[in-house]
Design a binder for this molecule. Sequence first.
Ligand code: 3DU
Length: 215
Amino acid sequence: MSGSEDRRLILALDVYERERALEIAECTADYLWAVKVNWPLIIGSGLEIITELKQVTGLPIIADLKLADIPNTNRLIASKVFEAGADYIIAHGFVGSDSVDAVMGLGKTIIVVEMSHPGAKEFIQPATDKLIELANELEPFGVIAPATRPERVSYIRSKLKPGIKILTPGVGAQGGRAGDVLKAGADYIIVGRSIYASENPRKSARMLYAETLGV
Ligand code: 3DU
């Protein structure tokens, strides 16, 4: 196993229970670049789980709250989340540049430019070009793109300013494959159920980590 700078796997820790979350994070941490927390875990265990996960894993924490509100409300939410120790926060871009800007003023931000589920084709995909423009203008840490559609990841990579990272959910349970999406230009893969719902989360994380090597 190599240093964390070579790691490209992000764990989507979508469980409710604090104990279970900490246990899974601890036993997979060796293979992860970061841990992503979403509403299920925050609703189930409280915002303090961010602080605890950081302590237990020593890894960066991504708060996937998909903020989509007016600038003031986005700011109010994001400031509490960064205060709890989150290193990155995910925000929707479709609400407009002022709402995203409000979050970016507080910490490292990741903008959703396209989602991975089938319904993403209805409203988000038609807006992807504009969302890429927004990202190129604001220069966030990264963008979210669909691991379920590697051809869209290649397209997004071709339009996105160099240096802006591409993080891709949808590997495993949603049908995406790690090698395909990394070859298409993703920097990181985000994996939830294929790790936390597997019989042996450490082994599943190790296998996914191995798939990311040498791509
Ligand atoms: O499908 P999985 O169990 O591997 O989980 C994927 C995670 O990534 C989950 O937290 C989900 O909310 C998030 N996500 C997407 O799946 C798709 C997106 O476009 C954005 C985030």
